[in-house]
Design a protein around this ligand. Sequence first.
Ligand SMILES: [Zn+2]
Length: 172
Amino acid sequence: MITCPYCATELVEQNGNAYCDFCDISFGPESEWGMWAEDGIRVPGKQMKGFITAEHAEKSVKELVKYHTYDLLVCLRLAREERTKAYDLLKTFNKAIDQGGIEFTEDAAAQGKVYEYWTKRCWVLENILMDRMGYFPERITDDMLIKMQERSLRAQLRRMAISRERRKAKNI
Ligand SMILES: [Zn+2]
């Protein structure tokens, strides 16, 4: 049985397309909404990469908008760590300069750029998350990430099936 990935209405394939009148969407290989589903399986959603490094956090906005929200949160956490590292190093150079180490001036300027770069990377990630979730978390904990991963996997596995049997029984 082929079904709508949004509402699970049973669909009929016609000339390579399947139209859901509940959602007013036509599914198929050419459709911007993607393919229809089988037996109440949900919209596939974005794939989790599972393994994220700081390099992922440096991808372009065009790439990052394709990421799973979980992966974006891991990217943001890594970008914030990089920003903190850059800031601490910048502080160290500035302190050295204050104590007469003028030879660190160039290092401080370079480090300032690194700090600025990671600050902007954080903003990019925060704003993509804003668009997804309506907010972005101030702190990203292991606990939050584990829960999100579990919920995401569980939601994906939960098929949509209307239990007609139970409704019939109630009507009797
Ligand atoms: Zn539908």
